[in-house]
Write a protein that binds this ligand. Structure first.
Ligand code: NAD
Length: 362
C-alpha cells in the first residue's frame, strides 16, 4: 500500500508548466510573457470573449501585436489555418490564450505548428492548460496527440476572470474537471501524488459548485473551484484517461456534442461501469460523493440544474450504437474490460437520463 490507493509501484514525471494562482494575477501578464521569451504577442480568444481579449491586449501594452477571436470548440484545423495566417502577418513569437479549452486548444495547435511560446489565462475549469494534449477536428474526425511542444509554458490563474462564466457552464465545466480526477484514480499509470491531487480536486469542486450556483460572483466559491480545476487538470496532464474520456471524445468529435455538458452526463455512468473493477477507488470517493459515488455524481449534476441526458443535448438515439462501436474500436487501458453490450446499455441510460446502475444492480 503506497498512498491512498493500493499500488505496487509507480513512475512520476511532473510536467514543467509555471503556474501563478490568485485574484488579480492578470497584472503580472506582461512581465510573465517577457520572462517566457515573448516579444510580440498575439492574443487568442473566442468571439464570445472578444471584450475580455481586448482587455488583456491592453494589459500587454506594446507587447500585443494583434487579437484573434475566432477560436472554436474541438479545434477545427481550418480555424487554426486562419489563426496561423494572423500569427505570421503580425510577426508574433508568442500567444496569450484567454479562455477555456477551445481557446487554449487553438494556442496549442499554433505552438505545435510553429513553436510559439504559450501563456494561458484559463477562464473555465476544463483543465487543458495543464496538459501536453491537443485534440483537433478535421472532416468530422477528432484526433488527439501529445508532446512537450504542446504543453503551455506559463499558466496564470486569475480568479477574477472566471466570475463571468455563466452558472450553467460553471457547473458542467466543474464536473468536466471532476471527470479528469475520477479517471486519474484508476489510471494504469497512476501514482500517489496524482491520487492525492485528484481527491483534493474533487473535494474542492464538489464543495465549490453549489456556492457558485447560489452566487456566481462569489470570490470564495470561484477560488475553490479554480483551485480544484487546476488540481484536476494536473491529473489529466500527468496520467492516462480511460473509457469515460474516450466516450466523450467520440461524442464530441464525431457527433458534435458540447464538451463539458457531455462529460457531465456520461461521468456517473462511466464510473458505475468501472466501479466493480475498482473497489478501492469507490471507497476513496465515498467520503466526498456518498455511499454510491456514481449516483452521487448524478445527484450532484441534477441538483445543480445541469443536463443529465444525452437526448436533451441533441444526440439522436441511433447514435448510441455507432458511438459504442467507435469506443470498442479504440485501444486504451480501462480497469473493466470493454464489453459491447454493457457499454451500449450504459450509453442508453445516459441518453435517456436514467440514474447510473447502482452496485446493487450489477
Ligand atoms: P470553451 O472554451 O469552448 O468555452 C465555452 C464557452 O464559454 C465559449 O463561448 C467561451 O467563450 C465561453 N467562456 C469561457 N470562459 C468564460 C468566462 N469566464 N466568461 C464568459 N464566457 C466564457 O469550453 P471548455 O469546456 O473550457 O473547452 C472545451 C474544449 O476544450 C473542447 O474542445 C475540449 O476537447 C477541449 N479540452 C481539451 C483538453 C486537453 O487537455 N487537450 C482538456 C479539456 C478540454
Amino acid at each position: 500500500m503506497i498512498g491512498t490507493l493500493p499500488r505496487d509501484g509507480f513512475q512520476f514525471n511532473p510536467l514543467p508548466t509555471r503556474v501563478l494562482f490568485g485574484s488579480g494575477t492578470r497584472v503580472l501578464l506582461a512581465e510573465e510573457a517577457r520572462a517566457a521569451g515573448i516579444n510580440r504577442a498575439l492574443v487568442l480568444t473566442t468571439p464570445q470573449q472578444q471584450a475580455m481579449g481586448e482587455t488583456v491586449a491592453q494589459d500587454l501594452g506594446e507587447l500585443a501585436v494583434g487579437l484573434f477571436s475566432g477560436a472554436a470548440m474541438h479545434t477545427p484545423t481550418d480555424v487554426t489555418d486562419t489563426a496561423q495566417e494572423a500569427l505570421t502577418a503580425a510577426g508574433a513569437d508568442g500567444v496569450i490564450s484567454v479562455g477555456g479549452g477551445s481557446t487554449i486548444g487553438l494556442g496549442k495547435a499554433l505552438a505545435a505548428r510553429t513553436g510559439v511560446v504559450q501563456v494561458v489565462l484559463p477562464t473555465t475549469y476544463a483543465g487543458s492548460e495543464m496538459t501536453p494534449i491537443l485534440g483537433e477536428t478535421e472532416d468530422g474526425l477528432k484526433t488527439t496527440r501529445s508532446g512537450p511542444e504542446i504543453q503551455p509554458e506559463v499558466v496564470i490563474y486569475d480568479i477574477e476572470l472566471t466570475r463571468s462564466l455563466p452558472v450553467a457552464m460553471s457547473v458542467t465545466s466543474g464536473i468536466n474537471a471532476i471527470a479528469h480526477a475520477v479517471e486519474a484514480l484508476y489510471a494504469q499509470n497512476g501514482n500517489p501524488v496524482m491520487d492525492a491531487l485528484a481527491l483534493e480536486g474533487i473535494r474542492a469542486l464538489v464543495g465549490a459548485l453549489p456556492g457558485i450556483v447560489a452566487d456566481p460572483t462569489s470570490i470564495e466559491a470561484r477560488e475553490k473551484a479554480l483551485y480544484g480545476a487546476w488540481l484536476c487538470g494536473t491529473c489529466l496532464g500527468n496520467v492516462g484517461m480511460a473509457l469515460h474520456h474516450k466516450l466523450c471524445h467520440t461524442l464530441g468529435g464525431s457527433f458534435g456534442m458540447p464538451h463539458a455538458q457531455t462529460h457531465t452526463v456520461v461521468l456517473p455512468h462511466a464510473l458505475s461501469y468501472n466501479a466493480p473493477a475498482v473497489p478501492q477507488v469507490i471507497e476513496a470517493l465515498r467520503p466526498i460523493l456518498g455511499d454510491d459515488p456514481a449516483a452521487g455524481l448524478h445527484r450532484l449534476a441534477q441538483g445543480l440544474g445541469a443536463p443529465v441526458s444525452l437526448r436533451e443535448l441533441g444526440l439522436p438515439e441511433e447514435a448510441i450504437a455507432r458511438a459504442t462501436d467507435l469506443a470498442m474500436q479504440a485501444r486504451y487501458p480501462n480497469p473493466r474490460p470493454l464489453e459491447q453490450g454493457a457499454i451500449r446499455a450504459m450509453l442508453a441510460r445516459a441518453w435517456a437520463g436514467d440514474p447510473p446502475i447502482s452496485e446493487a444492480q450489477l
